[in-house]
Design a protein around this ligand. Structure first.
Ligand SMILES: [Mn+2]
Length: 293
């Protein structure tokens, strides 16, 4: 419903960021950072994620988070999330201070489309040791969408992907209510919210079909998250890319852009011949030249 209108609006109002052969970007989405309790699905991947981000920071990448970074449906107070994952926020702040951090909001942190909420939650926090307010992301603007513009004129739309997903878009407040006061507790004992495209295959396919239709009509390359299903468009396929998620049971997946190429990668815990465990980065699909897409 209204998918086309929503996507057209997102395309028109997107923040434009020029890229070239020297641009390095890593995109993750749907990290759903929580409070580090049993209902925090991100908690078991926090070391993988932190290790990966440290790698990208050292290598000079810009980090673009494609929505649902913080699980603000289940957790009413962002400060609890920041406190639970304070080492990760210190790292995100380093990216931000270097002007290498962009945040897009998703349905689980939709309230960040309001400047007042961004100011209240993201500009600063109270340091638990000194009890003084210290800056986090002062002046940050959380985007609905970003348009990466290549020198050749090619444009890539980055978006979370809840746009036009009726229960997660127009009805997000109702959905948040059920998540916060009902599904959160069901979730702890093993039930999954059936309205989530991440958990409902039928819903996911419907959404992907609607998006594919628009991508085909507009011939618009798109990178999104939301469905938790990674996707890399091979030659001859529609230019639809999906980062996947960072709450997967075994790994985290993301999309890298560098030297004018794009690839889908994963980070997981593997082991060496002698049995020692190690964090390993793997290329799942690609690289492909962006110009050929
Ligand atoms: Mn989502």
């Amino acid at each position: 419903m209204h998918t086309r209108k929503k996507l057209e609006h997102a395309l028109k109002t997107a923040k434009r960021i020029p890229i070239d052969k020297n641009t390095k970007i890593i995109m993750f989405s749907d990290t759903h950072r929580g409070d580090n309790s049993v209902s925090d699905e991100f908690a078991h991947n926090q070391n993988l994620y932190k290790y990966a981000l440290e790698h990208y920071y050292r290598e000079g990448f810009t980090y673009i988070e494609l929505g649902d970074g913080d699980e603000m449906w289940e957790h009413k107070h962002f400060r609890h999330i920041r406190y639970a994952h304070s080492d990760i926020f210190i790292l995100l702040k380093k990216f931000y201070d270097d002007q290498r951090f962009e945040m897009i909001y998703g349905n689980h942190n939709m309230e960040l489309k309001h400047n007042a909420s961004v100011r209240r939650n993201l500009y600063e926090y109270r340091d638990e040791y000194t009890n003084k307010k210290v800056p986090l992301f002062p002046g940050i603007k959380v985007q609905e969408s970003i348009l990466l513009t290549c020198e050749s004129g090619k444009e890539i739309l980055l978006i979370h992907g809840h746009q036009g997903d009726f229960t997660n878009d127009q009805l997000w407040l109702m959905n948040r209510f059920f998540m916060r006061y009902f599904w959160r507790f069901m979730h702890i004992i093993g039930f999954r919210n059936p309205a989530s495209p991440a958990k409902n295959i039928h819903h996911r396919h419907t959404l992907e079909k609607r998006y594919s239709k628009w991508i085909e009509e507009m011939n618009q390359m798109i990178i999104m998250g939301h469905t938790h299903r990674p996707k890399f468009a091979d030659k001859g396929e529609l230019p639809y890319f999906n980062t996947g998620t960072c709450v997967h049971p075994r790994n985290i997946t993301g999309i890298e852009i560098f030297e004018g190429k794009i690839q889908l990668i994963s980070w997981r815990i593997g082991f060496n011949e002698d049995g020692t465990l190690q964090v390993q980065r793997r290329i799942i699909r690609g690289p492909r030249d962006i110009q050929d897409i």
